[in-house]
Design a protein around this ligand. Sequence first.
Ligand SMILES: [Zn+2]
Length: 164
Amino acid sequence: RLHRYIADSRRDFLHKTSTKIAKNHSLIYVEDLKVSNMSASASGTKESPGKNVRQKSGLNRSILDQGWYSFFRMLSYKLKQRGGKLIKVDPRNTSRTCPRCGLVSAENRKSQATFACIGCGFRSNADEVGAINVLRAGRARLACGMSGAVRPLSAGTQRDRLQH
Ligand SMILES: [Zn+2]
């Protein structure tokens, strides 16, 4: 009974939150988190024990607790019903790329909270940097998918254009 109560409460929270967000935004960009990868065991093997096991297990718990998969699914259909869109972007390097100079380095990420570019010295909150990079990647993806403007021409199209 307790498990059902917790599950119902979580579902209710996810529904209310996704409805509220979908009502107030038409375009939402999110990292396409591979939830199953992220929640994989961090304990590693006997030969190569996992790093940050304690932090990782805490992260696993919070990812699973918050039900990201259900949340994104709800958000996606609620946006669609209102003519909006949820756009997922590749999460690679979103936390390591400097939004000022573009340098990609694991060393840019000083800690969970701090981003400090080793190239140009740009400093900011790591979550804000991640959000900027997700927004840029999402806009690029949207522009590409909608207009085809940055798609390379196929060989046939290119030949046709050259002839005319
Ligand atoms: Zn930089």
